[in-house]
Ligand binder design. Structure first.
Ligand SMILES: Cc1cc2nc3c(=O)[nH]c(=O)nc-3n(C[C@H](O)[C@H](O)[C@H](O)COP(=O)(O)O)c2cc1C
Length: 328
């Protein structure tokens, strides 16, 4: 798949997830074969001023993470332009503008999906980004702010096409719906049919079969996987296998344990012991569905030390293995 001059090796993309898709998570998705990884959303204003904590969000394993997209949120054309320059300096190959975030704090300050109320401003924001950088500029959005039959997407699309946006990602739920109900993939199909730029669909993909179905039947040039990749970065390997017509690889317990440990160690390297909550959350993801996971979680919460946490995880996996062999 093509995003302007940038070629993706495949159409399976790791979605931006605020607070989660830091470089360790992205690195594992990339190792599993994701065609593109996207940073979590980064404040254009903070980045334009080169805030240290914000610059940290741009950290990447430059060699592996290629192509890499940085997503910005902002409502000031100058800040967005300056932030995009900083992101490109830091290694971004694509710049994405967030027009979809429904979080109250974000919308309340006029960012994210709130911008769908002011399409003339969106035009200025996109034009400023396209002027500022040589890399392709993309947009990720919801179809409208809602509630009600809000169809900002139909007015937005020609604006993006006219200003030189290279691709559009659509999460087909109104912002006012948050994550309720099901993503309306028929809307992705209708937008893709009308669009002259590639349309990427995002929403509710948790298996390789679903990813393939969305690609084949809804006109999407690419699909993003977000929540379905938490604690399951190998979903990209499974998507690739199905895409190539191979059987879907089974993920063994040993592999689950190895990937979980690697994720935790990379995260520890990135954030250090100051973020025990983040480490615990990540380890919990990998125990979903295992026998004894609830007990593991309770014990994990009492532990601060990474090595002890990893030993508990290995114990939990062993317990599950034993339960499986007893049940046989
Ligand atoms: C915890 C969380 C954080 C998210 N952060 C972002 C973000 O920073 N930028 C963005 O465009 N979308 C963000 N999203 C939306 C996802 O990228 C994606 O479009 C949405 O979750 C639907 O896809 P999924 O069902 O595969 O998760 C976030 C979603 C979640 C659940």
């Amino acid at each position: 798949m093509q995003i302007g001059p940038v070629t993706l090796a495949n159409p399976f993309i790791l979605a931006p997830l605020a607070g989660l898709t830091n470089w360790p998570f992205r690195c594992l998705a990339k190792e599993a074969g994701a065609g593109l990884t996207v940073s979590e959303m980064v404040s254009a204003t903070a980045l334009a001023h080169r805030g240290r904590a914000t610059l940290k969000l741009l950290e990447t394993d430059g060699g592996l993470e290629r192509p890499f997209c940085v997503q910005l949120f902002g409502k000031d054309p100058d800040h967005l332009a300056r932030a995009a320059e900083v992101a490109v300096e830091a290694g971004a190959h694509i710049i994405d503008l967030n027009l979809g975030c429904p979080a109250r704090k974000v919308v309340g300050s006029g960012h994210g999906a709130a911008l769908l109320r002011d399409l003339p401003l969106v035009r200025r924001l996109v034009a400023a980004l396209v002027r500022a950088v040589k890399v392709p500029v993309t947009v990720k959005t919801r179809p409208g702010l809602g509630p009600g039959p809000d169809q900002a997407i139909w007015e937005l699309l020609p604006i993006l096409e006219g200003e030189g946006v290279a691709a559009l990602t659509l999460h087909p739920r109104l912002a006012s719906d948050g994550f309720a109900g099901e993503a309306d993939w028929s809307l992705v199909a209708r937008v893709a049919e009308r669009a002259s730029i590639p349309v990427i669909g995002s929403g509710d993909i948790v298996t390789a079969d679903q990813a393939l179905d969305r690609l084949r039947h809804y006109g999407a040039a690419g699909v993003m996987i977000g929540r379905g990749a938490r604690g399951r970065p190998w979903i990209f390997r499974q998507c690739l296998a199905r895409w190539r017509g191979w059987p879907e690889p089974e993920i063994t317990l040993d592999e689950r344990l190895r990937v979980a440990e690697r994720h935790a160690r990379l995260l520890f390297e990135s954030v250090g012991p100051k973020a025990p909550f983040m480490l615990r959350t990540v380890l919990m993801w990998y125990t979903r569905g295992l026998t004894g996971a609830a007990e593991f979680r309770a014990r994990l919460c009492r532990e601060e030390n990474l090595e002890t946490q990893l030993a508990l995880l290995a114990e939990c996996v062993e317990g599950h293995r034993r339960a499986l062999s007893c049940g046989r």
